[in-house]
Design a binder for this molecule. Sequence first.
Ligand code: G1P
Length: 293
Amino acid sequence: MSQSIKKAVLPVAGLGTRFLPATKAIPKEMLTVVDRPTIQYIVEEAVTSGVKQVILVTAAGKSAIENHFDYSYELESYLEAKGKYDLLEEVRRVTNLIEDIVSVRQKKPLGLGHAIYVTRHVVGREPFAVLLGDDLVDAEPPCLKQMLEVFERFKGPVIAVQRVPKEDVSRYGIVAGEKVGDGIIRVREMKEKPAPDEIDSDLAIIGRYILIPEIFDYLAKTEPGVGGEIQLTDALSALKDDYPVYAYEFKGTRYDAGDKFGFMQAVITFALKHPQLGEKVKNYLKEKLKELE
Ligand code: G1P
């Protein structure tokens, strides 16, 4: 397992407006896909990829996320006293998932670039990963782990990408460049949420990045861009003129868990894979399909 990246930044300060009213009082990262909040899938991906410290970029109303990964004395004592050992084990597994978890506040919603920038003192001067909670990636090995191999080989920042239909280009950061390996592109151009004719590419950035600490110097100079927000894509675009940046077409399926339909797709897929529920869900779906015919 790679040990080259020890820290992962998880921006979780967003308001989750695409999921209202569900997210009025609950952080969107705590919405459940089968039996785990989406943020747990993300932390599990980071941990399986060798990450030792998770840095959450939070805002008001997000404490449920911190509590989820913390020790709950009350709950654990209760489960123990009641002899509910299976549940106790499951709860402890989450408590022990990541030892070192740090929260940094993003005081104003100034964009993804800004969210990353506020972690600069905690990250320090070492390479680090960024994982966005809206992007659930079903992949084996996990997406971040695949990216680490590219990082180790090319020794430069790596951005996860996938091809999207032309009409969806304006919803993503888009990269263009030259192929330098299997699924690996050296980035020549990148634009945040471009109009379809602004960039000749369908390679969309998915929320996984391996970054070098120099990015903080570029973020410090990045002016607000699309949506009036400080965009990570803009800072990376400036960085790539001085340091080679790579895009990697990971192997796996990505679900947009911040979107109602994407979330449903994730629930169905992960439910079908669930060791205890999979068979039941499959039979239920078959019945439902018959009803629809
Ligand atoms: C962010 C990034 C964008 C990327 C997307 C992936 O946008 O700015 O470049 O394509 O995540 O999910 P957001 O979806 O937060 O607007």
